[in-house]
Design a protein around this ligand. Structure first.
Ligand code: MSP
Length: 645
């Protein structure tokens, strides 16, 4: 017997640091759709997801919550698993990086790379972004902040182990050149090469000693493994690589697709392939970098209070509507937008009007004019031929798009077919045919053609929707072979004579106004839900005393060229003037700044920003809900130069 082709697809493993929002669901729903599609086509499919549970961020959150990190993550992981359950995610395994199967293999990998010289001990000094768990060099910072998320970075200096990325720079560059489809969309591949590989790969610090919530380096227990090295290896530890039973690894590796958000493409296409290469293992065949789902134009985040709880959305609209919306609304590779109005509009237009009505009308007419028994078609007329032709082509175009995970365009093809069916009803006017007994055969042909098209549409929806296709098959009386993909290239698989059943509307129409209000009410109340940044390391009074803060008066202000966040300020302190570059241009115009008093960090080492030497920095608060900046200043006017203590 011929062996089935295999297909291995993975989602990123999620940080259990917070509740997941609808944006996070996109990636998992998309992978689930792909996994279901491949299974439908007969592939032996393995779909992995899980959680990435170590790191300073988690340790700090656990401390803030007053629980130990394991209890903290256990709690959140439960919520993540519940979300995947309501979204009916069909993953074959769920890996947690705190599981022994993972921990042991990560330790082995670390040792192996150390023994072969790809990991070596040194000491690190640089910048660390705790929210992103990323190290940055001075030159990579943007306006002194993390280039990925824009948040402040912390200075980090410690003894650590390094991964010898630099040695493999040419090799990875070559891999990109020789495999133009390794990372899609191509624009992202170009970005990796131009922004990260060509400027030079520096060896990466892959152990930490300043916190403990991580996998201990077993031969140097003060060190824990850098969370990204720990996390990335999940794709093989879950398959039992290098264990007694590595049958899953043998069967499924290399992965066919790692599907990841654009923010983590760098880790998956530079660091991960290099680690695999060091281990002598084959690389994943493809990494697809998807865009982010924004809410009303802004990046979705819990701290902005604009997060719609996906479980509530699913309870309200059903899992199929939400899955459809996510897959239809996200263009391949680009960012998508989530708005309540667009969700309701899609449900009403695509699902209730176009799809729901088509099914309802067709089944109701078969029921009324043929006593619920599927009529047999007769020789097609031109109008029928055009419809049948489109229906037969649909599987080809649909598969072409689905194979590349272009879900939005695949669905557009399916809904184009649905529109053609609705137009066919208008063209053939079955209710007119029904009035003439001599046109009974013609009426039967029209209704059969519609039913057969709907059956094919339902098959295309099988990977996307988990309940609706079965409801459509039941309404049409499609069973066995006619409810499977196997004979999709043939027309007329639905047998005449089966009984149709008129059921409830697949997607009841919604009142947009009422939904808007209801969804608004579901949003977490901003005042009650914001979270503040975790506390930084405690300092003593002497350390604080080293800070020299002064009141200064802004004498002049201007925009910094080609930096839309920066203002160049001239500050006056008594007889002294200072130039300071500050990232406040989005909050204050130069005109608004002149004459104001500000608080200056007077003894901060000067740093160059966009070629201008900034002699200190001024203090601002950043609102944890809106992100808005507000300048700090003395409540009463002071002589500038005044000390702040
Ligand atoms: N733990 C890492 C992944 C390690 S994989 C070896 C991580 N976790 S995460 O929870 O922060 O993000 C998981 C995935 O969700 C990422 O691919 C990220 O891009 C994606 N998304 C986060 N916010 C999103 C949107 N608003 N929209 C779409 N995807 C989103 O990164």
């Amino acid at each position: 017997m011929e062996e089935k082709k295999t297909f291995y697809i993975t989602t990123p493993i999620y940080y259990p640091n917070d509740k997941l929002h609808i944006g996070h669901s996109y990636c998992t729903v998309a992978c689930d759709c792909m996994a279901r599609y491949k299974r439908m086509l007969g592939y032996d499919t393995y779909f992995l997801t899980g959680t990435d549970e170590h790191g300073l961020k988690i340790q700090r959150s656990a401390e803030a919550a007053g629980v130990d990190p394991q209890t903290y993550v256990d709690n959140i992981v439960e919520g993540i698993q519940k979300l995947w359950k309501v979204l009916e995610i069909s993953n074959n395994d769920f890996i947690r990086t705190t599981q022994e199967r993972h921990v042991k293999t990560v330790q082995k990998i670390f040792r192996r790379l150390y023994d072969q010289g790809d990991i070596y001990k040194g000491s690190y000094e640089g910048w660390y972004c705790t929210p992103c768990e990323s190290f940055w060099t001075e030159s990579q910072l943007v306006d002194g902040n993390c280039p990925d998320c824009g948040r402040p970075v912390e200075r980090a200096k410690e003894e650590c182990y390094f991964l010898r990325l630099s040695k493999y720079q040419d090799w990875i560059l070559n891999h990109f050149k020789e495999h133009p489809d390794f990372l899609l969309p191509a624009s992202r591949a170009n970005e990796m090469v131009k922004n990260f590989i060509e400027p030079g790969l520096e060896d990466l610090c892959v152990s930490r000693t300043t916190f403990t919530w991580g996998i201990p380096v077993e031969f140097d227990p003060g060190h824990v493994v850098y969370v990204w090295v720990d996390a990335l290896t999940n794709y093989i530890t879950a398959l039992g690589w290098d264990t007694e039973d590595d049958s899953l690894y043998q069967k499924y590796w290399p992965a066919d697709i790692h599907f990841v958000g654009k923010d983590i493409v760098r880790f998956h296409t530079i660091i991960w392939p290099i680690i695999l290469h060091m281990l002598g293992l084959p690389l994943p065949k493809q990494v697809l970098g998807h865009g982010l789902l924004n809410l009303n134009g802004g990046k979705m985040s819990k701290s902005k209070g604009n997060v719609v709880d996906p479980v509530q959305l699913i309870e309200r609209y059903g899992v199929d509507a939400i899955r459809y919306y996510l897959l239809r609304e996200m263009p391949f590779g680009a960012d998508g937008n989530f708005t309540n109005e667009a969700l309701v509009a899609r449900i009403n237009m695509d699902l209730a009007n176009d799809l729901g009505n088509l099914v309802q009308r067709t089944v109701a007419m078969i029921s009324k004019y043929f006593d619920g028994v599927m009529p047999a078609p007769t020789a097609p007329e031109d109008v029928d031929k055009a419809l049948i032709d489109e229906a037969l082509k649909l599987s080809e175009t649909y598969c072409r798009e689905m194979d590349q995970m272009h879900f939005s365009t695949a669905l557009a093809e399916v809904f184009h077919m649905i529109s053609s069916c609705n137009r066919y009803i208008d063209q053939t006017a079955p209710w007119v045919l029904a009035k003439d007994p001599e046109k009974k055969e013609r009426l039967g042909t029209v209704l059969y053609n519609l039913a057969e098209c709907i059956r094919r549409v339902a098959l295309c929806l099988v990977p996307v929707m988990v309940n609706t296709p079965a409801k459509i098959f039941a309404a049409l009386g499609a069973e066995g072979e006619s409810a499977t993909w196997t004979r999709m290239d043939e027309w007329g698989i639905l047998p005449a004579g089966v009984r149709v059943t008129v059921g409830a509307a697949l997607f009841p129409r919604l009142d947009p106004k009422a939904e808007e209000e209801a969804l608004e009410a579901l949003l977490p109340k901003k005042e009650e839900t914001w979270e503040i940044a975790p506390a930084k390391e405690e300092i003593d009074i002497e350390t604080f005393g080293k800070l020299d803060l002064r009141v200064a008066t802004v004498a002049a202000a201007e925009k910094v060229k080609k930096a839309d966040k920066l203002l160049q300020l001239t500050l006056k302190l008594g007889n002294e003037t200072r130039t300071v570059v500050s990232g406040i241009a989005k909050a204050y115009t130069p005109e608004e700044m002149v004459g104001r008093q500000v608080i200056l960090v007077y003894n901060l080492k000067p740093a160059k920003l966009r070629g201008i030497e900034s002699q200190g920095m001024i203090l601002c608060a950043s609102d944890p809900v809106t992100g808005k900046l507000s300048l700090l200043a003395p409540v009463d006017a002071m002589h500038d130069g005044a000390e702040v203590s």
